[in-house]
Design a binder for this molecule. Structure first.
Ligand code: SF4
Length: 699
């Protein structure tokens, strides 16, 4: 988008960068700058995966960068926590006080200090370098960064040996694509381009998702299974592959482990059984199995939505086993892609310097259960440093998270670009740079290119990069190891193993491709201990878990509760990315208000009209939003689109008021989509008289 009139060519330059957001596409950016002002931001047309196209969200990045509410100076709290009342302070005042307070805590017990960060930027430098060095040297608690992908990621590790899979560009040559748990049009746009190319060449696209998404609308078929039943579907597909002998016996024999056991397990899942569990017609499963068993090449684009339930790890293992049964891996357009991040030789030891722990083994806090951890009086958290994350909005059971952040005895520092829900609870808010204002280097999880991000603009106001802040804190605390003096360009250079990427090419064109085979598992070579696709995992069995994938029912099975008869999932609103972009006016205008999609039958049974204000509730809390009576919802399942900032909601809550802190079977991940609720219409006059919460009246 253009913000100011074009300048003359003589003063104009273009700067290459990378989209920092938590999205598989990791687009290459080009920013046109004149006299220190960004004129235009676009996708790099020379980068094959980006092809010059950005999504709606990031094409508004200049609006976000120039946002009138950008935080431009350090702030110190001067009112009750949660109300967002702050006064400006100098950087020196803020950093001196923060360092002194952390020092005092560290002298007694450094584990009372906890970092909290995730993928607010996916950059390796601003996301996981100087910050980790600082906390390692301090001896602070470690953070288990589980909130998105660890169930599926670790499941893939137990099955294929890592987050590895097909190269995304070869989906264009597949003849059948199962888009499983992914609204690609909204959250994996550049994969969708390949899927469309395949379809134009005659491929069949099948969307497997409880919600009838925009992607489901465009596919040839939609399998609207109940949340948390994906493993049952995968096992029934295996059943059909076995009974019809649509198996690649040679591939199974040479390149897999545990076939006799998996065969026995899968034979317990005839389509009729799975149909009852999944809530889909038996014939649909039979037909899907036939298509998968008889079409070559067949590819699966799996995404992380399906693993946010109790059995998410097992489900990912079951689905990841399918291509080895049919030998789909033999062709470059066959196999599966959940994440490509395991292909990147990231040198995390060099970036993060765990050696600075010097033999100490601090406790580990799971970021999913931060709500409980903040209320733990036996092992208290006394200081939290939050960056690249907005836990008050995005962590589950958010009523508990917010009350934990509201503790007056908790010292909380937030590095942020905007005054988020979490920043409202901070003692200090430190203004952070955006992707246009700092250096970074990026791996990806939806393709296999490395991208360099060069700063296009000077930081606005007094905004500073994360690396600068942690360097300054380290200096004030007397950390004198030379690694605390590394500048951001040096960090970029150290991010990948020596010689593994072409850095000269990276600098010259902004991206460089990993050197990988086209069909990495055509002849086995899985990075598992056995070198095979491990249907049976000795490593899982050694942990006391089932060594074979199975259907693990939800904690909160759809239809199992009389009080809370509806299952709820909380997929992202199309114009938001987690809780980013919610404050961009033009994007929020498209989304309108927090919505709950509900099927017409469920709405009618409750007297709920389209657009009515509803109360969604369960034992953990309640959340008010607007009903969207929608064909996107199947009967019995509602969708609370996220992730709205709580203070921008109708009652100062968001959908995470209802989600639980329980963890997945594998990977200690969140179970956002394993949640039952009841919904009722709100009498509008009563709602108007209801008192607003503190967060609701925050500025
Ligand atoms: S599609 Fe994904 S990577 Fe590309 S600009 Fe949008 S958020 Fe960024």
């Amino acid at each position: 988008m253009d913000l100011v009139p074009p300048a003359s060519a003589a003063t104009t330059r273009t700067v290459r960068g990378a989209c920092p957001h938590d999205c598989p596409d990791t687009c290459a950016l080009v920013t046109t700058v004149a006299d220190g002002v960004a004129l235009k931001l676009q996708g790099n047309p020379d980068h094959p995966h980006t092809a010059g196209v950005l999504c709606t969200k990031v094409s508004r990045y200049l609006e976000r960068n120039a946002h009138p509410e950008r935080l431009l100076q350090p702030l110190r709290r001067c009112g009750p926590k949660g109300l967002g009342r702050f006064e400006p302070v100098s950087w020196d005042e803020a950093l001196d006080d923060i360092a002194a307070r952390l020092q005092r805590l560290a002298c007694i017990n450094p584990e009372t200090i906890v970092p909290y960060s995730y993928a607010g930027t996916m950059g390796l430098v601003q996301g996981e370098s100087m910050d980790r060095r600082f906390f390692h040297k301090l001896g602070a608690s470690l953070l288990d960064r589980t909130i998105c992908s660890t169930a599926g990621g670790e499941a893939l590790g137990f099955t294929l040996g890592g987050k590895v899979g097909m190269r995304v560009e070869f989906f264009a040559q597949a003849r059948l694509i199962l888009i499983w748990g992914s609204n690609s049009i909204a959250s994996n746009l550049h994969f969708w381009r390949h899927a469309q190319a395949a379809r134009r060449a005659g491929a069949r696209l099948v969307c497997i998702d409880p919600r009838k998404t925009e992607t489901a609308d465009k596919c040839d078929e939609h399998v609207a299974l109940l949340p948390g039943t994906d493993a049952a579907l995968a096992l029934a597909l295996m059943h059909e592959l076995i009974v019809h002998d649509w198996l690649d016996h040679d591939y199974i024999e040479r390149y897999t482990l545990g076939w006799p056991q998996l065969r026995e397990r899968a034979l317990q899942w005839p389509p009729a059984r799975a149909a009852a569990v999944c809530g889909v017609p038996e014939q649909q499963i039979v037909d899907l199995a036939r298509a998968y068993g008889t079409t070559r090449p067949a590819a699966i684009r799996l995404n992380y939505g399906m693993q946010r339930v109790r059995g998410g790890g097992n489900a990912a293992r079951a689905i990841a086993s399918l291509p080895a049964l049919t030998g789909a891996w033999r062709e470059r357009a066959g196999g599966l892609l959940l994440s490509s991040s395991g292909h990147f030789p990231v040198n995390r030891a060099a970036l993060q310097r765990p050696d600075l722990l010097a033999g100490r083994r601090p406790r580990t806090i799971n970021m999913v259960t931060i709500g409980d951890a903040l209320h733990d009086t036996d092992n208290p958290i006394e200081a939290l440093v939050v960056y690249n994350s907005n836990p008050v909005a995005v962590a589950p059971d958010s009523g508990k998270v917010a009350s934990g952040f509201a503790r007056e005895d908790l010292f909380c520092v937030v590095l942020e670009q905007f005054q988020t829900d979490t920043a409202d609870y901070a003692d200090y808010v430190l203004p952070a740079t955006t992707q246009l204002e700092h250096w970074d280097i990026h791996a990806a999880y939806g393709h296999t290119d490395v991208l360099l991000n060069e700063p296009a603009l000077a930081p606005r106001g007094q905004a500073r990069s994360n690396t600068w802040v942690f360097r300054e804190l380290a200096r004030r605390m007397g950390f004198d190891e030379p690694c605390f003096a590394d500048d951001d360009q040096a960090l970029c250079r150290s991010a990948f193993a020596d010689g593994s990427i072409d850095f000269a090419q990276l600098q010259a064109q902004g991206f460089t491709s990993l050197r990988l085979p086209e069909a990495p598992f055509a002849e086995g070579n899985f990075p598992t201990p056995s070198g095979r696709c491990e249907f049976f995992s000795e490593r899982l069995a050694a942990l006391g878990q089932d060594g074979l994938p199975d259907h693990v029912p939800n904690y909160e099975t759809p239809g199992s509760s009389a009080n809370y008869p509806l299952a709820m999932i909380s997929p992202p609103a199309r114009n938001f990315l987690n809780s980013s972009f919610v404050n961009v006016a033009s994007l929020r205008a498209i989304e309108g208000e927090p919505l709950l999609e509900i099927h017409a039958d469920d709405a009618a049974a409750r007297g709920i009209a389209d657009g009515a204000t509803v109360r969604v509730f369960n034992a953990r809390g309640e959340h008010r939003c607007r009903a969207a009576v929608s064909r996107r919802a199947r009967p019995g399942v509602v969708h609370g689109l996220g992730i709205w900032w709580r203070k921008l909601g109708l009652d100062g809550t968001n959908v995470n008021q209802l989600t639980s802190q329980r963890l997945t079977d594998i990977g200690r991940g969140p179970t956002f989509y394993d949640c039952v609720v009841q919904v009722e219409r709100v009498d509008v006059r009563a709602a108007a008289q209801a008192p607003a919460t503190a967060a609701a009246i925050a500025p």
